[in-house]
Design a protein around this ligand. Sequence first.
Ligand code: SAH
Length: 227
Amino acid sequence: MFYNVSKEDEYLFQGKRKRLVEILKTKGIKNEKVLSAIEKIPRHLFFDTTTARPALLDHAYSDKALPIGAGQTISQPYTVAFQTEQLDLKPGEKVLEIGTGCGYQTAVLLEVGAKVYSIERQKTLFDKTKLFLPYIGYGGAKLVYGDGYKGMPQFAPYDKIIVTAGAPYIPNDLLIQLKIGGILLIPLGEGETQEMVWLKKMSETNFDKKILGNFKFVPLLQNKSGN
Ligand code: SAH
C-alpha cells in the first residue's frame, strides 16, 4: 500500500526539505521546533501515491497545497508552519486538530511535542491515515472518525485547538472544549479565501480575538461522510 520509507526518503528529498525550510524562513516562520519538524517529516510520502505519483512527488516540497485523494488536499507547508507557530505550544500540551486529512499537520504537531487528538469526517481518508501515520513512525496521535463541528468531548478540555478547513462560523462545541487560557485557531469564511482567526479563552464567556491574515482552505463540511 505504501512506499518503503527509507528507500524513498533519499538525500534528494532531504535536500528539498532543507530548501523548503529556507523558503518558510523567508516567509517569516521563526519557531525552530516547527522548522526542524518540517525538515524531518517526509512530506512526499503523504500523497495519494496511487494516482499521479511522479507529478506529485516533483512538487512535494514546493510551498503548495496538493491533492491527497477523496477530493481533499494536504495543506500548504507555509500554512501548516504558520498555524503550528501561532499555537505557541509548550511540551506535552493537548491539541485538538479538526481535519486530519493525510496527517501531515498531525505529524508536525507530534514532532513539536504535543499530545494530539485529531478528527476526520471522510471515512476513506481516515482509514488510510490511521494506517499510514504509525507506519512512518507517527503513531502517537488519537485519531477519530467524526464530525469536527462537535469536537472530541471525551478528551476535553484542550490547551489548543487547530481547525484545518475553512469554517462558515466558529463551532460552539470547540469554544466549550477549550481550556481557559487556551488558543483556538480557525480559518473563517466560505469564499475563495478565509481569514485566520486567533482566539484566546480568557474566561468561560470572554475571548481575545486577532485576525492573522488570509489563507486558502477546503471547506469544513457538516457531518460525517459515510465513505
Ligand atoms: N490537516 C490536513 C489538512 C487536510 S484538508 C493536512 O495536514 O494537510 C482538511 C481536512 O478537513 C479534509 O481532510 C476534510 O475531509 C476534513 N474535514 C472537513 N470538514 C470536516 C469536519 N466537519 N470534521 C472533520 N474533518 C473535516
